[in-house]
Structure formats: structure tokens, C-alpha cells
Design a protein around this ligand. Structure first.
Ligand code: GLC
Length: 587
């Protein structure tokens, strides 16, 4: 006998009879984790059971409202849960305005994406941003409206459907950690709404903020020092990990969790197939710690994943946690309690660049060795560049010495050698496009092209879903125009956010990348789940990656010719992919 507050009945009542069996199956499989995790986080609070039933009733309504095409996608992907691990998967990340002008303009670029082999498109934030500077849209003022400069919700649905028809899944950021200070939640809190005030962390006394500051790091130490911003209307210090206008959300409050989870499911119903969960490492605060990678952040992700598995199982979650290698695998969860399907392999990316500067592949080898096998149906997201900086400090466990990383940073930031990078927030981070950091404008352009291809070959061969960054396929170089904009001049990440070079002719980088992408797409050993091993080599500049029985990738990270096993001699910065059995180059 069920009662009104029985969660299963609450969901069932919201669904048409045709979905009852589906719900029953998914509920049996995932609700146990969901209930247990939310009980762990919020069970001690009064009214927890009623809150939980009300949440599931809402989830049921959103499941019922899910368009038929997306329900069909859910069913297909439930049958093939590793669909995104195939070697033919390829990601691409772009800003809507710079890539296509607006959402309709992005649709017009589908032929370019298809020609490259893209199957997954991450569009950087396109929801309504804060008025004024918004950290490139990462300060969101509404989860339910598109930035009017980029289009409408109808345009978004239309783009998602067109991409899907072209075999491309649309990925959107879901900025979990904070909202803009002009989001209605923040505005309401400022106006005195006690319920909304509870969505944020507000510390009445500076001493309280100082107690946390003693162990917190800083994300933007120069542009936004400290982690708290005094707000007179809030009567205290608001937690602002990033910019002062990005207010951290309080996940110790179940009402906030429900509000964000439901926003995710509403966007999923618009056709978003992948959510890039921004800044996942920061979701839970604990005094005396750096408030990163806390166990509760993982509990939250497990609950979110279970909700998605019940209401929209075709959707993928991707963790953006820029943390040391040892802290990364936890974002996948376990086979019994999964979290994200995908996570950025940020230290592999950073190690590739460090190896190029040091002309020594050993940091990459250390990262590969420190990367464990993943739970089933999960994959790394591998990449060379993205819209953010390269933060060198996360490689400290592998490098062993901050001085070593400072030297790498100097190499890229100091216009010494081939690289043309820009320092960011102190000197332990670097900005610049792939082509500029590889020296396309300095010295031998052919060597620069080989360096760009070498790093992309690593991202394509390691094992994961590789992602290209807008314009890198055309050798887009740094754009210093941001220095003329007072709102952006302090943030050198804008140097790699130029307009897509529509007039650039497809050159050797483009052709080289297309060749590698095609080779990868037909090679079963390059599927995401196949283990990757770094083999011993006699030359420290040489990286040898074995995948399965048939793939061997050789990468020369130096400016000299290097002899490799099997009689191969690699030119400076060259990469060769071989059939591991025959020793012959892949064709
Ligand atoms: C993520 C984004 C970055 C942004 C930050 C705050 O790290 O990639 O661009 O500044 O989150 O939202």
C-alpha cells in the first residue's frame, strides 16, 4: 500500500501509463543509490522524506515531458552504454559568438564539423549571463534562458536537433558551483528572501571568512584575490571562489540541490546530451581544508547521476575538475556508485606541454603510469588546449619540484625558445593557442606544425574522447585584442578566444589532424576502454604508448632525431603510429 509521500508513487502519478514499466526498471536499478546518497547529505534535516518525495514528483513530471525523440535516444543508449567510448568519437569546443555568430550560425558550421569527424560539440556558456563582465558566460543569470545575443530557447532546441541529425551530441556547461550576482536567486537573497539566502554561503563576520582562508587556495590570485566578497545587502561575506560576481552555491541546502538538479533535467529536455559540470571540485566546503574534492562533492555527483539515470539516461555527465592526477579518477565513481561518464584528463594535457618544453617525455610517462583503469562505460576527455589557461602546479606530484614547473612556465611565458605564451595569474599558468605555444610565429613553421600534431596525436592515442579546441585545426594564433577591453584586459585567457578564422585555408595542421582522426576512427584498440601503457624507452625524449595488441604510438618530444625500436628514426617533434605486431606505420 503506497502513501502520498511514497517516492515511487509520486513519480508514477506524474507519468503516462506507457512509461510505467520504464520507470519501474530504472527505479529498481538507481533509486537505491539516489535515496541513500541524499539521505546521507540531507537525512538529518526536518521534513527530509517529504522533500524527497516532492523532488521525485518533479523529476517524474520532467520525465513525462521529455520529447519522444529524446526518449528514443535514452532507450538506444541504455542498450549501448559505452556508445561514447568508440574510436570514432571526436569532440570540439567552441564559443557560440566566435564560432558562428549565434546559435543559428553554429548550425551553419555543421559541414565543417562533419568534415573533421566531430561527433560531440561543446559550446561554451550560452545561457543568459550576468550583465556586464561575466567570465565568458560562466556567471549565469538564468538556467532557463539563452543569452539573447545568441538566440532563443527555440534556436537552441533547433540546433540540438540538427546536430543530432548530423550525428553530433550537443554539450553544454552546467555551472554548478556558482551563479551570477544578478541571478534571481542572488537578487532575491539580497532583497531579504531567507529561503534564497540559504542558497549561498554568507559569513556575517570577517573572522569566519579568515578561518576558511587559512587553508583555501586561490583560483585568480591577481584578478580576484581571496575567496569572499563583502556584500552590504547580504550583511556579510559571500563565498566567491572565482570572481566576486560569481556566488558559490550552498549544496548543504537540499532546496538548492533540487533547484540545480531540476534545471539540469529541464535543459536535457531541450536536447542537451552532455553536461560539462563546471568546477565540480569545489562543491562542498569544509573548515580546515582547501574545500576541494571533498567526499560530499562525490556524494552529490552520485545523486545527480542517479537522477539522470532515472529521468534522462541518454545524457552524459562530464566532470571539469582541474586537480592533480590522483584526485581525478574519483570523479568517475565506481561501477556500483557511478558519478561522471567523462572527466577531463587535465594532467595528461599539462604533461604533454611540459614534455615539449623540457624535451623529455618522462612527465607524460609518470602521468600515464599514475592513471588507473576506469570503471566500465566511462572515458577520459583528452585535449591539447581549451578556453582556459594551462595550470602548471597540478603536475607537482609528478614533477616533484615547483622550481621545475616554474622553469616550464617561464619557457612558455617568457618568449624564450619557440613558444609565444602569456602568463596568467602569477606565473604558474600560461595562456595561448596551440599554434602560438608551439611556435608557429617563431622559427621553423614546419617544426611548429609537427609540435601541434605531436600533442594532438597524444590526445588522440591515449584512450578517451579527444576534443579539439576551436581554431586549433587551422593553426589559429594568439589574439591580443582583449587588452583594449578594460573589462577583459586583466584576464589573459582571452588571448585564445579569438573569432574562428573563417578565411584561413586548410593547411598542414588541418590535413595532418584529419589523417590522425581517420586512422583513429578505424582502429579498435584506440577505443576509450582499451588500457594504455607507457613502454620503457632508451631515450628520455621518446614516448612509446601501447594500446591493446595492435597499436604502438611513438612520440619524439625533442628537437633532434631519435632512434626508436624497430629501426624507426623519428624526426624532431615527430610522431609515428605503428601496427604493434608488424611494426609498419598505420595507413
Ligand atoms: C571553469 C571554467 C572557467 C571559469 C571557471 C569559473 O574553470 O572553465 O573558464 O572561469 O570555471 O566558472
Amino acid at each position: 500500500m503506497t502513501t502520498m509521500s511514497d517516492p515511487f508513487s509520486a513519480m508514477l502519478d506524474a507519468l503516462p501509463a506507457g512509461l510505467h514499466d520504464t520507470l519501474q526498471r530504472r527505479f529498481d536499478r538507481h533509486e537505491g543509490i539516489l535515496r541513500e546518497r541524499l539521505q546521507r547529505l540531507y537525512g538529518h534535516l526536518p521534513g527530509h522524506d517529504a522533500w524527497y518525495a516532492a523532488l521525485l514528483a518533479e523529476v517524474g513530471r520532467l520525465m513525462a515531458a521529455r520529447p519522444a525523440a529524446l526518449q528514443a535516444l535514452d532507450a538506444t543508449r541504455e542498450r549501448q552504454p559505452d556508445w561514447f567510448c568508440a574510436p570514432a568519437m571526436l569532440g570540439y569546443s567552441a564559443y557560440v559568438d566566435r564560432f558562428g555568430g549565434d546559435l543559428r550560425g553554429v548550425a551553419a558550421r555543421i559541414p565543417h564539423l562533419r568534415e573533421l569527424g566531430v561527433t560531440y560539440l561543446h559550446l561554451l556558456p550560452f545561457l543568459k549571463p550576468r550583465t556586464g563582465e561575466s567570465d565568458g558566460g560562466f556567471a549565469v543569470a538564468s538556467f532557463d534562458d539563452v543569452d539573447p545575443r545568441l538566440g532563443t530557447m527555440d534556436d537552441l532546441e533547433d540546433l540540438a536537433a540538427r546536430l543530432r541529425a548530423a550525428g553530433i551530441s550537443l554539450c553544454s556547461d552546467l555551472i554548478l558551483n556558482h551563479v551570477a550576482d544578478d541571478h534571481p536567486w542572488a537578487a532575491g537573497a539580497r532583497a531579504g528572501d531567507a529561503r534564497l539566502r540559504g542558497f549561498f554561503h554568507v559569513l556575517p563576520e570577517r573572522d569566519q571568512a579568515d578561518a576558511y582562508e587559512r587553508t583555501l587556495g586561490q583560483v585568480f590570485p591577481e584578478a580576484a584575490p581571496g575567496n569572499f566578497t563583502f556584500d552590504a545587502e547580504m550583511g556579510g561575506w559571500v563565498w566567491t571562489t572565482f570572481y566576486p560576481f560569481q556566488w558559490d552555491l550552498n549544496y548543504a541546502n537540499p532546496a538548492l540541490f533540487a533547484a540545480v538538479a531540476l534545471a539540469l533535467l529541464r535543459l536535457a529536455n531541450r536536447g542537451i546530451e552532455v553536461f560539462r559540470l563546471d568546477s565540480t571540485a569545489f562543491l562542498w566546503k569544509r573548515l580546515g581544508t582547501d574545500c576541494m574534492n571533498q567526499p560530499e562533492a562525490h556524494t552529490l555527483l552520485q545523486a545527480l547521476r542517479a537522477l539522470v539515470a532515472i529521468a534522462a539516461p541518454g545524457v552524459l555527465l562530464k566532470a571539469e575538475a582541474i586537480v592533480p592526477t590522483r584526485a581525478l579518477p574519483a570523479y568517475f565513481g565506481t561501477a556500483d556508485a557511478p558519478e561522471c561518464h567523462l572527466a577531463y584528463h587535465s594532467t595528461l594535457m599539462t604533461a604533454g606541454w611540459a614534455a615539449l618544453a623540457e624535451q623529455d617525455a618522462r612527465l607524460v610517462r609518470a602521468v600515464v603510469d599514475g592513471t588507473p583503469a576506469l570503471p566500465p562505460h566511462t572515458s577520459w576527455l583528452t585535449y591539447v588546449r581549451c578556453h582556459d589557461d594551462i595550470g602548471w602546479k597540478h603536475l607537482l606530484p609528478e614533477a616533484g619540484d615547483i622550481g621545475r614547473l616554474a622553469a616550464v612556465a617561464d619557457f612558455y611565458n617568457g618568449a624564450r625558445g619557440f613558444a609565444d605564451g602569456v602568463a596568467f595569474q602569477g606565473s604558474l599558468a600560461t595562456n595561448g593557442t596551440a599554434a602560438s605555444l608551439c611556435g608557429l610565429r617563431h622559427g621553423d613553421p614546419e617544426a611548429a606544425v609537427r609540435r601541434v600534431l605531436l600533442l594532438h596525436a597524444l590526445a588522440l592515442a591515449f584512450g578517451g574522447l579527444p576534443m579539439l579546441y576551436m581554431g586549433d585545426e587551422l593553426g589559429m594564433v594568439n589574439d591580443h585584442g582583449y587588452l583594449l577591453d578594460p573589462a577583459r584586459a586583466h584576464d589573459s585567457r582571452w588571448v585564445q578566444r579569438a573569432a574562428f578564422p573563417t578565411d584561413a585555408a586548410a593547411g598542414p595542421i588541418y590535413h595532418g589532424l584529419r589523417r590522425l582522426i581517420a586512422l583513429r576512427s578505424r582502429h579498435p584498440d584506440l577505443a576509450a576502454g582499451v588500457p594504455c601503457t607507457a613502454l620503457e624507452t632508451s631515450d628520455p625524449a621518446l614516448l612509446a604508448l601501447a594500446r591493446g595488441t595492435r597499436f604502438l604510438g611513438l612520440f619524439n618530444f625533442s628537437d633532434r632525431a631519435v632512434a626508436a625500436p624497430g629501426g624507426h628514426v623519428l624526426r624532431p617533434w615527430e610522431c609515428v603510429w605503428l601496427d604493434r605486431e608488424s611494426g609498419e606505420p598505420l595507413i
